[in-house]
Design a binder for this molecule. Structure first.
Ligand code: BEZ
Length: 402
């Protein structure tokens, strides 16, 4: 059954969907009388962007999460799931209020969110203050699994440090010695550029200019003119979603792709190649996923995602799917009883997942350890080139969890 209700006070609209009902009596084979074997459904708050430049990313995380739950008959760890859905619009200034409403008014048991690093850090603070279980299915803010790490906070995606880091060596080895970087001026952009720079300069390269514009602006022309004047060997960038579509098209329209190769974290091209069209051809990026990864989990996932949504899956859909997988592992270890917190967290921390992205496990800060792939846009897909860094862990600097 699907119920939709308006939640007054939410920034956009809230939807309650999924199974309804309270504790039910079920007959257990072998017992003479029915036993109370089920708790009330577990209430999952999905706090994601459903509008704005990251709208498609949020929707695909949502679709991926729900796909896994559907495959498990509407349950995780044997426990019925209901959803409360909030559009965070990628607005950090509304992050605390949205999270407080989910935790306070809606009394969700678990929050899954979000995409934008700034919004995620607001969520992390509330989750720490209230000891709410939080699974981050995208936002890479280093601090979430750094100084702000906590037993009740898990990330199934990446730290901003991770996908950008191997690209420093990849670009230096490709013969690029002088590079310009460009991004949005916010945590994910700054941390991606810093991580790339760390590895690129270690290899012997030089960053000649760091260019930036406010999030989520897309007026790139003045900065593209600067790149043309600087004539670097190559450009490294961080953009995602709608902004990535516009940047790649503008870069090609300015003719820069013919003389100055463009590289990026894989968010530059993941999930957006159809919108970028020919301008994306040949772009090389690093990420913890490639569309044509040759493993059974990826093949099954892409087929199931297509059957459900009629669309091609991407890393965001995978991250949503893996967030549900991780919760399933935790809840299965406690028979669906999320109040058995210590055991739940322990099972999640020790999880070893055969993800569509390849092997996925977690470090002491609850951040993924995973392969980072070099990919190239060919045939309208992010095609696997090689593993750029095998089982890359995150430094999780400042995390004090044992
Ligand atoms: C972030 O804000 O952390 C982010 C957003 C989109 C893609 C990757 C990272």
């Amino acid at each position: 059954m699907t119920q939709r209700i308006y939640l007054p006070g939410l920034t956009r609209r809230g939807l309650l969907t999924g199974a309804a009902g309270a504790a039910t009596l079920v007959a257990v084979p072998g017992l003479r009388s029915p036993a109370i074997a089920q708790k009330a459904p577990l209430k999952v708050g999905l706090m994601l962007p459903y509008t704005g430049t990251f709208a498609k990313l949020g929707q695909f995380i949502d679709d991926g999460f729900r796909l896994y739950v559907e495959q498990k008959g509407g349950k995780l760890g044997g426990r019925e799931i209901t959803f409360v859905q909030v559009d965070d619009e990628s607005k950090p200034e509304a992050g605390t209020d949205n999270m407080n409403r989910l935790v306070g008014r809606e009394k969700v048991d678990v929050v899954v969110g979000t995409v934008h690093s700034g919004v995620a850090m607001a969520m992390v603070k509330v989750a720490r203050d209230n000891n709410t279980m939080l699974v981050i299915p995208n936002a890479g803010a280093n601090d979430a699994t750094g100084p702000q790490c906590a037993p009740n906070i898990f990330r199934t995606s990446f730290s901003n440090w991770q996908p950008a880091h191997p690209m420093g060596k990849v670009m230096f080895d490709a013969g690029h010695k002088n590079v310009v970087t460009i991004t949005w001026r916010y945590a994910a952009g700054a941390e991606s550029i810093a991580s790339f720079t760390e590895n690129f300069t270690k290899a012997g390269g030089k960053v000649v200019e760091n260019l930036a514009l406010p999030f989520p602006e897309v007026e790139f022309q003045a900065l593209l003119t600067q790149i043309a004047t600087l004539k670097p060997d190559a450009v490294f960038c961080f953009f995602a979603g709608g902004g990535a579509v516009k940047f790649v098209k503008d870069y090609a329209a300015a003719g820069l792709n013919k003389t100055i190769p463009l590289y990026g974290s894989g968010f530059l091209t993941d999930g957006v190649i159809p919108a970028q069209g020919e301008a994306a051809n040949g772009l090389k990026t690093t990420l913890h996923y490639a569309d044509n990864l040759d493993n059974p989990e990826n093949k099954a996932f892409l087929a199931a995602f297509k059957a459900k949504t009629k669309q091609d899956g991407d890393i965001y859909a995978v991250q949503g799917y893996d967030s549900a997988t991780l919760l399933d592992i935790g809840l299965s270890a406690v028979g669906g009883d999320d109040k058995a917190r210590e055991k739940l967290v322990d099972a999640m921390a020790k999880a070893k997942i055969k993800s569509p992205r390849g092997p996925l496990s977690f470090n002491k800060a609850h951040n993924p350890i995973q392969h980072i792939y070099l990919r190239e846009v060919k045939n309208g897909r992010n095609e696997f080139v090689k593993i750029a860094h095998e089982n890359l862990d995150d430094p999780s600097r400042g995390c004090r969890m044992a």
